[in-house]
Unconditional design. Structure first.
Length: 551
């Protein structure tokens, strides 16, 4: 072979080697394009709707994809502009702020009236009643009437998620309006359709301002490997199980003042203890007297506050969001904790992130069945298409996305959402073969737990305040006291003092605590919080002293 030919041969071999070396890189670069969905959901051509939602990216993806396909079958090209400013709590604050700004512009510019603090407080206040002729209105009533008569909007069409309690607040404020579904689809609601209530929880608004889109329960998740390491034979299946000293420093919890799911879980714990106390006082079938019911509520509250204190003492930390505890439990950084049902189910199927290790259980008789709402905003810029999306979500086709397995007829194509549909018909045995969680029967679970709105509903903010101040802000002293207490074998005086929750008893929660957290004056809340945290820290330190002395 000549030098020239040899060089050419070596060059060809070098180029071949180079090409072979580049092949993996080329394949890596091509994968995103090969796996790219056929339907580009980022394509902003055609009609649009704007939805604000705390729902996860998998939920947004599956509903956007399916709705787009549904509307394409009708000859319309649509896309969804999702707004995701954060958690449910952050979304609620954002909505209130945006409507306040929008109504101020309406009040000043269109109506030509001076803005004031009274107008700002009254326009979205459901306690401001409109009676008689507008000529007799005072400033507050005039503001409220003007808002309810207006089409003031914030450039967003739909609220999708947050919880029934928050939806009721938005509806009462006048921010959510009737979408007309109760009139256009009466067979969807009531007998044979979505019940108005389940276990005491409201599933849809009688005035049509919001309807439940799926069902939600609260429960406990645990790491099986961690339980074995701690030599805990039985996985926790009731809230009270988390108070066991075996879990000391091993619980992952969320701050209920920052996580709506955590706040609801603590409310369910308290409500369960009230229900148990009421059954004991009833001593058989029959209604309680009003006096006995109030006593049962107080007794249940006291038992629950003691449980909350012990559970919080076991906490390794309190996360700022509801998803973090489930992730950490799945990875083995904590043994157990509280979570919303779909966090537990979804994480338990994540390869490398909990599959096979993470368990989730709903405490029987320990949680209400709640619903995630969907509702139409006042001043929605794309009302007709927004209502069409609501109809799709409530249709069997839309409902199947929540719990059908990937690849099943009308099911999701990429993500198993592991949530529970609100349509009772989808829990028929014939549908079980398609569901990701065929063993779940939330309407049966609802019969095991009766939610009484008047018992704890008005106290949700008070509950979050109490947990934050007495458990989070004083956690170092609380955890030390509990460690000293069980380390000493629970001596009587120390145990009695640890379980003394008189500072936050039911009467106080209903009275001064509720007044402070709902006053609208942050100074009132801060002042009460400072007094309370100082008192409980001193109480916990005294528990440690007594326990160490064996008293």
């Amino acid at each position: 072979m000549t030098t020239s030919n040899a060089a050419e041969g070596e060059g060809a071999r070098g180029r071949a080697v180079t090409l072979r070396g580049l092949a993996p890189l080329a394949l890596l670069l091509a994968v995103p394009f090969l796996l790219r969905p056929r339907d580009n959901l980022l394509d902003a051509s055609g009609e649009s709707i704007v939805i604000i939602s705390p729902n996860s990216e998998p939920t947004r993806y599956e509903f956007a994809r399916a709705f787009r396909e549904h509307m394409r079958e009708k000859g319309r090209s649509v896309w969804i502009d999702w707004r995701t400013p954060g958690s449910s709590r952050e979304i609620v604050r954002y909505i209130a702020s945006e409507y306040s700004t929008a109504f101020e512009n309406h009040w000043r510019r269109r109506l030509g009236r001076p803005w004031s603090g009274r107008v700002a407080a009254a326009f979205a206040d459901p306690n401001v009643k409109i009676d008689g002729d507008a000529a007799s209105d005072d400033e507050a009533t005039s503001a409220r009437r003007a808002f309810l008569d207006s089409d003031v909007g914030i450039g967003i069409d739909l609220l999708f998620g947050t919880g029934s309690a928050e939806a009721a607040v938005q509806a009462g404020a006048g921010r959510l309006v009737d979408a007309g579904l109760l009139r256009s689809h009466p067979d969807w609601f009531g007998d044979g359709g979505i019940p108005e209530t389940a276990g005491g929880k409201v599933m849809w608004d009688r005035e049509g301002r919001w309807v439940g889109s799926c069902l939600t329960l609260f429960g406990l998740c645990h790491n099986r490997d961690a339980l074995r390491r701690l030599r805990i034979d039985k996985a926790p299946d009731q809230w009270a199980d988390l108070a066991d000293p075996a879990f000391f420093g091993q619980l992952a919890l969320a701050d209920p003042s920052k996580s709506g799911a955590a706040a609801s879980a603590f409310e369910m714990l308290i409500h369960q203890q009230m229900n148990l106390a009421a059954r004991e006082r009833a001593n058989g079938p029959g209604a309680l007297t009003e006096a006995d019911e109030m006593r049962a509520r107080g007794e249940g509250w006291t038992r629950a506050m003691r449980l909350v204190r012990r559970i919080a003492a076991n906490a390794r930390y309190f996360a700022g969001g509801g998803t973090q505890p489930t992730l950490d439990i799945a990875m083995g950084d904590a043994a157990a904790g509280m979570c919303i049902d779909f966090y537990g189910r979804s994480q338990s199927q994540t390869p490398g992130g909990g599959a096979g290790r993470l368990g989730f259980v709903t405490p029987h008789g320990g949680t209400a069945v709640d619903t995630d709402p969907i509702g139409l905003f006042r001043g929605a810029p794309h009302r007709e298409l927004a209502v069409a999306f609501m109809e799709f979500v409530l249709s069997p086709r839309g409902q199947k996305l929540w719990n059908w397995r990937v690849g099943t007829p009308d099911g999701p194509v990429r993500y198993a959402l592991r949530r529970l549909p609100i349509l009772p018909a989808l829990y028929a045995p014939s549908e079980g073969a398609f569901r990701s969680d065929p063993g779940e029967s939330p309407y049966d679970e609802a019969r095991a737990f009766v939610y009484h709105p008047a018992w704890t509903g008005p106290l949700v903010r008070a509950i979050t305040f109490i947990v934050r101040v007495t458990c989070l802000d004083a956690h170092d002293e609380l955890a030390t006291a509990y460690r000293d207490l069980f380390g000493a074998g629970f001596p009587p005086r120390a145990s009695a003092l640890f379980d003394d929750v008189a500072l936050v008893d039911y009467a106080t929660a209903l009275g001064s605590i509720r007044a402070a957290v709902t006053s609208g004056n942050p100074v009132d809340e801060a002042a009460l919080g400072n007094r309370l945290v100082t008192a409980v820290r001193a109480q916990y330190r005294r528990v440690s002293e007594l326990a160490r002395a064996g008293q």
